[in-house]
Design a protein around this ligand. Structure first.
Ligand code: NAD
Ligand code: UDP
Length: 354
C-alpha cells in the first residue's frame, strides 16, 4: 500500500508532536504533504505558532490514558515519538523511564496491531548499549547489545526500548518500522536549565545553554566519549523516504545517523565555543574554561556511558538510497544561532525583572 503525499484524506497521528523531533516533523508534514495531523503531546509550546492550523487536531493528553491510545490507533499511520528520553533521568526516575519506553509503547503497538495502523516507532541508538571506544560500525541486524548490571540504571532506557522493539516485532498482525536515531541535533532541542526547564538536557542544549548563560560547560569524565551527530534535517529526509516507500520499509529496523559526524564530547565543546565566538564576536579569553566532572557526580549513582557509537548506514543506503548530507559544523552553526536568538531575550527579560 502506498500513501499519497497529495491525498488530503490521509491523517497521520504524530505522537510526541510537541518535542524536538516531533516539532520538526510536524512542520515537514505540513510543508511536504497535504495530510492532516492528529498531534498528541503533554506540551505544545515548541509548535505554538501552528496551534490555529486547520490541518492539525491537537490533543494535550497523557499517552497513558487508554482512550488516547484508542484514538491514536484509529489513524492509518502512527508515528510514535513520545517518551522520556533525557539520559539524566534514566538512573534517577528508572521506573517511569521503563514504563514510558516499554509499557506505553507496547500498549500502543497492540492497539495499532488491532486496528491495522502502520506504526513507525522511535527506538534509539542506545539499544546497542555499553559500546567501547573500539566499537565497530553498529549494524541493525548484526550487532550485539551489551548492557551494564542491574545497578547501572543508566541502561533502563536502552533495555526498555530494546524490549519494546522485540514486542513490536512479535506482533504478527502489526505493520511496523523501527528507527534508531543517533544523536540528532538542531534548533529547538530540549531546554536550558533555569530558563525553560530544570535538570540536565542532552549535550547540545547543555553546552549551548552554558554559553548563552556565560557559564562553564561540563565535560563528563573528561569528555572522552564519542558520538556521531545527525542533523535533524537529514533525519526528517530519511523519515520521508520511509513514508514514501512503505513496501521497502515495513518490518525493518533502521539506524538514522551520520558516521562522518563523529566527534569526542571534548572536541565538541571546543567547536561549539568557537562557533559561538564567531557569531557573537566575543573574545575567546572571556569564556569560562570547561569543567571536568565525573559521571556519577553529574548524573548520580547508576550512570555509565557508551564510549563510541557509530552507525552503519549501509542498510538504509541499499534499501532506500539514503545518504546523510549535512556536515556537523553547519548543523552546529544553525543550532548555536537558534539558542542565542531564542534564549537571549528570555535572559534579558529575567534580568530586568530582578
Ligand atoms: P523530546 O523529549 O523532545 O520529545 C518527546 C515528547 O514526548 C515531549 O514533547 C514530551 O512532552 C512527549 N511525551 C513524553 N511522555 C508523554 C506522554 N506520556 N504522553 C504524551 N506525550 C508525552 O524527545 P525527541 O528528541 O523529540 O525524541 C523523540 C523520540 O526519539 C523518543 O522516543 C526518543 O527516545 C527517540 N530518540 C531521539 C533521539 C534524538 O537524538 N533526539 C535519539 C534517540 C532516540
Ligand atoms: N555530556 C557532557 N556534558 C553535558 C551533557 C552530556 O559531557 O553537559 C556527555 C554525556 O556524558 C555523554 C555525551 O555527552 O557522554 C552525550 O550525552 P547526551 O546526554 O547528549 O546523550 P547520549 O548520547 O548519552 O544519549
Amino acid at each position: 500500500m502506498k500513501y499519497d503525499f497529495n491525498d488530503p484524506s490521509i491523517t497521520v497521528a504524530l505522537v510526541g508532536a510537541g518535542g524536538f523531533i516531533g516539532s520538526h516533523l510536524l512542520e515537514a508534514i505540513l510543508e511536504r504533504t497535504q495530510w492532516r495531523i492528529f498531534a498528541v503531546d503533554l506540551d505544545f509550546h515548541k509548535v505554538q505558532q501552528h496551534l490555529q492550523n486547520h490541518r492539525i487536531e491537537f490533543l494535550c493528553e497523557d499517552l497513558e490514558e487508554p482512550s488516547v491510545l484508542k484514538k491514536i490507533s484509529s489513524y492509518p499511520i502512527v508515528i510514535q515519538l513520545a517518551a522520556i528520553c533525557t539520559p539524566s533521568r534514566y538512573n534517577t526516575e528508572t521506573q517511569k523511564v521503563i514504563e514510558s519506553n516499554f509499557l506505553t509503547p507496547a500498549a500502543l503497538a497492540k492497539a495499532c496491531a488491532d486496528s491495522g495502523s502502520w506504526l513507525l516507532y522511535f527506538s534509539t541508538s542506545e539499544v546497542y548499549g555499553k559500546t567501547s571506544s573500539e566499537a565497530l560500525l553498529l549494524e541493525e541486524d548484526q550487532s550485539d547489545f551489551v548492557y551494564g548490571s542491574i545497578h547501572a540504571s543508566r541502561w533502563s532506557y536502552a533495555i526498555a526500548k530494546q524490549l519494546s522493539e522485540r514486542y513490536i516485532a512479535s506482533l504478527v498482525h502489526l505493520s511496523w518500522t523501527i528507527f534508531r536515531p543517533f544523536n540528532f541535533i538542531g534548533p529547538r532541542m530540549d531546554f536550558v536549565s533555569g530558563l525553560d526547564g530544570e535538570g540536565i538536557p542532552r549535550v547540545l542544549a547543555s553546552f549551548c545553554g552554558a554559553l548563552v548563560k556565560n557559564e562553564a560547560m561540563k565535560l563528563v569524565d573528561g569528555g572522552k566519549a564519542q558520538r556521531s551527530f545527525t542533523s535533524i534535517h537529514d533525519a526528517i529526509r530519511f523519515i520521508f523516504l520511509v513514508l514514501e516507500k512503505p513496501h521497502l520499509s515495513k518490518q525493518e529496523v533502521f539506524n538514522i545517523g551520520n558516521p562522518d559526524n563523529e566527534i569526542s564530547i571534548r572536541e565538541l565543546s571546543f567547536l561549539i565555543q568557537k562557533i559561538h565566538a564567531e557569531i557573537t564576536h566575543k573574545n575567546p579569553k572571556e569564556y569560562k574554561s570547561p569543567i571536568e566532572v565525573s559521571g556519577t557526580n553529574y548524573y548520580g549513582k547508576g550512570y555509565e556511558d557508551s564510549l563510541r557509537r557509530v552507525p552503519s548506514i549501509q542498510k538504509s543506503q541499499k534499501l532506500l538510497g539514503y545518504l546523510p548530507t549535512e556536515p556537523l559544523e553547519k548543523t552546529l552553526k544553525e543550532s548555536v544561532l537558534w539558542f542565542i536568538d531564542h534564549y537571549t531575550p528570555i535572559i534579558e527579560n529575567q534580568e530586568t525583572q530582578r
